[in-house]
Design a protein around this ligand. Structure first.
Ligand SMILES: Cc1cc2nc3c(=O)[nH]c(=O)nc-3n(C[C@H](O)[C@H](O)[C@H](O)COP(=O)(O)O)c2cc1C
Length: 379
């Protein structure tokens, strides 16, 4: 997968199939993740690979007290486990709080649980004398944990960085024989995800970046990028990597046929013949931008192919652009909804493709709602 696609789609996987995560794949994951940084490059981390079902069952149970407090505080309107605002929730309320299976099942159901610890005699805790909870020590272990999750995604696996069992560190230490100098940083259930989430809810850049000072002006990178692009010198026509008119028409001729026949790999390969660069996509126009060739092809295919059949109505190719109209049949008999789409494709001189699709849509679609919901009614 493309690095940016991996970064934008690595979500907290809590539901797993029964597929194994074999040692060779786990080795590749950890072998690539190990290039994470640590303070002074001391590399004080240790990964305990737990496959034993009884031990995983014990680890699952050790999540319960931490999770009880988490959900009791949430119910009381508090910030769970927050070090700045101490909890006012009584102990008996916490003890009586039930914890959803969602938070313990991953430890039993995942193919493997990684317990990641860090040797405190190796960390450089430059914030240790400050009058607040320490955060810097974590930076010598969490880059490794996140690298593991990114690498797992790249290999078709997934998991979750969890910390709910950490309050029971002493019991984890005893269970796994972890030395006193090591602190438990995370328990990571890993396996084959039951489903793939490709759109994560995260704040936009402008909301958490400012110029020069914390209270400075919000960074309006998008506006500046657009201006920079407009100023970029044009490339010579003969250097252009825009695919030929013939190649674009050839792909358009096969697009619906390969999709409807369920020929995923051939359909993706056909797209590759006309996408030498990267892809940006507004699908449909009015929703957030999606990025990456895999997002526009494989992910879209996995999400929609089983419920969508396409009929190509007309195709036009002009200059660096292409546009087509399709008749789309959403759903399965007898619940089929038909909708036309106008889809436009524009290549820049580097072969990067901008896709825009137009469907009959509500005027505005907020970030959390599914733009296709009204077309998929009743599915
Ligand atoms: C420091 C940290 C601690 C976390 N602890 C837990 C945990 O104990 N149990 C759990 O199920 N998820 C845990 N998570 C996962 C978060 O809930 C998850 O990353 C976040 O909700 C974003 O989910 P998404 O990527 O699916 O959008 C933790 C994540 C972080 C970064």
């Amino acid at each position: 997968m493309e690095l940016y696609d991996v970064m934008r789609t690595t979500f907290a996987v809590r539901e797993f199939t029964d597929d194994p995560l074999p040692d060779p794949a786990l080795y590749r994951i950890i072998d690539n993740a190990r290039f994470a940084p640590s303070g002074g490059n001391r590399q004080g981390t240790h990964v305990t690979v737990v496959r034993d079902a009884t031990v995983r069952q014990r680890l699952a149970a050790l999540n319960v007290p931490g999770a009880q407090r988490y959900f009791a505080q949430l119910a009381a309107g508090e910030g769970p486990w927050n070090p700045v605002a101490p909890s006012g929730v009584p102990g008996e309320t916490i003890a009586a709080t039930t914890v959803s299976d969602e938070f313990t099942a991953p430890f039993r159901r995942a193919a493997v649980v990684l317990v990641v610890t860090v040797d405190l005699t190796c960390v450089a805790a430059t914030d240790q004398q400050l009058d607040r909870v320490g955060v810097v020590s974590g930076a010598s272990v969490y880059p490794l944990v996140w690298n593991i999750l990114l690498a797992a995604r790249n290999e078709g696996y997934g998991g979750t960085l969890t910390t709910m069992a950490v309050p029971e560190e002493e019991q984890i230490r005893e269970l796994l024989g972890i030395p006193d100098t090591h602190a438990v940083a995370a328990l990571v259930p890993l396996g084959k995800p039951r489903k793939q989430l490709s759109k994560l809810r995260r704040r936009p850049v402008e909301e958490f970046t400012t110029r020069d000072r914390f209270d400075g002006a919000p960074c309006n990178f998008k506006h500046e990028l657009c201006t920079a692009r407009r100023r970029a010198p044009r490339r010579d026509a003969e250097m252009s990597t825009v695919p030929s008119r013939q190649a674009r028409l050839a792909h358009a001729a096969k697009h619906a046929e390969l999709w409807n026949a369920g020929k995923r790999e051939e359909w993706i390969a056909s797209w590759r013949t006309i996408v030498p660069g990267e892809v940006r996509m507004f699908d449909p126009v009015g929703t957030e931008e999606k990025q990456g060739f895999d997002t526009a092809t494989g992910d879209a295919y996995d999400m929609f192919q089983s419920i969508l059949k396409i009929k190509m109505i007309t195709v036009q190719v002009n200059g660096n652009e292409m546009a087509w109209v399709c008749e789309n049949s959403f759903g399965t008999e007898p619940n089929v909804q038909k909708a036309y789409s106008i889809e436009t494709f524009a290549w820049d001189g580097d072969g990067n493709l901008l896709i825009k699709t137009y469907y009959p849509m509500p005027e505005s679609v907020d970030a959390d709602s599914d733009p296709y919901a009204h077309l998929l009614d009743g599915q």
